[in-house]
Design a protein around this ligand. Structure first.
Ligand SMILES: *[C@@H]1O[C@H](CO)[C@@H](O)[C@H](O)[C@H]1NC(C)=O
Ligand SMILES: *[C@@H]1O[C@H](CO)[C@@H](O)[C@H](O)[C@H]1NC(C)=O
Ligand SMILES: *[C@@H]1O[C@H](CO)[C@@H](O)[C@H](O)[C@H]1NC(C)=O
Ligand SMILES: *[C@@H]1O[C@H](CO)[C@@H](O)[C@H](O)[C@H]1NC(C)=O
Ligand SMILES: *[C@@H]1O[C@H](CO)[C@@H](O)[C@H](O)[C@H]1NC(C)=O
Length: 222
């Protein structure tokens, strides 16, 4: 893995009610300018790999799937379930301080003009941080401990709704041990390629907390 690059392979599936077909796509290391929309000041595609940032200080890079994905069926209040898996690497640049991390997001707009780099991960800024009208649902992979967002440590994964103060967060790791019941920590920012095995939400056959249903649901009202 070369220095300073970040790439991912993405699979996303939103399962819709029977009458509507599911949205499903796979990027098998074939990102190109016709199937992904890049923005920010440093995002590039090289050799079918999406690289979001480089050595430029305070850079922001984004890559969006170019089509809208329905996340709510007509007259249903609960968002549709989704499942995704991707490979990423947060590679340090020699002699540079590392960045803050990245997030996998659902957003009603690709225009995030005015968003701030660094602690805001290119998603929000001081004025719109926490605003319910952002309608952003994200999973952050955060390698910096920001006290203003009550970050648990400098190597964690969190669920974000309209804010970098996560609804939930856990130290980054995987379930190992004899019966898969021990969380074994791994370092997100060490340049290794990691596969996010299964991010899923909204009753997609995995952990789901109905007490936060309303908040999560409203993130998809647009
Ligand atoms: C871009 O990738 C798509 C598959 O996702 C492929 O069909 C298309 O030919 C590619 N375009 C270029 C210019 O490589
Ligand atoms: C970072 O990427 C941008 C956009 O591709 C480029 O203009 C800039 O020269 C790059 N900076 C470095 C330090 O590689
Ligand atoms: C959605 O609900 C409204 C109000 O109850 C109803 O008029 C409409 O027909 C419903 N639409 C569908 C597609 O079921
Ligand atoms: C993006 O949003 C900004 C304001 O936040 C606006 O000035 C700009 O025109 C928008 N760009 C596009 C392409 O819609
Ligand atoms: C904050 O971000 C929002 C949405 O991207 C944008 O409309 C607004 O202009 C930004 N505010 C500042 C102060 O840049």
């Amino acid at each position: 893995m070369s220095h300073c690059s970040f790439f991912f392979f993405l699979f996303l599936n939103t399962a819709l009610p029977i009458s509507v077909s599911a949205t499903e796509f796979v990027y098998n290391r074939d990102f190109n300018s016709s199937n992904i929309v890049l923005s920010g000041n440093t995002a590039t595609i090289q050799n079918s790999i999406v690289t979001l940032t480089n050595k430029t200080f305070f850079s922001i890079g984004r890559a969006f799937y170019p089509y809208k994905i329905p996340m709510k069926a007509t007259n249903f209040s609960t968002p549709l379930p989704f499942v995704t898996s991707f490979i990423f690497s947060i590679a340090p640049c020699k002699g540079f301080l590392p960045g803050h991390g990245f997030a996998f997001i659902f957003s009603p707009t690709m225009n995030l003009t005015g968003a701030t780099s660094g602690n805001y991960l290119g998603l929000f800024n001081r004025s719109d941080e926490g605003n319910p009208s952002n309608h952003v649902f994200g999973i952050e992979f955060d390698i910096f401990r920001n006290e203003e967002f009550d970050d648990i440590n400098d190597n964690h994964v969190g669920v974000d709704i309209n804010s970098l103060s996560s609804l939930y967060s856990e130290p980054a790791g995987f379930w190992g041990g004899r019966d898969g019941e021990e969380l074994e920590e791994l370092l997100l920012g060490n340049g290794e390629n990691y596969q996010v095995d299964r991010v899923c939400g909204f009753k997609a056959k995995c952990y789901y907390d109905s007490s936060r249903e309303k908040e999560a649901s409203e993130a998809f009202d647009y």
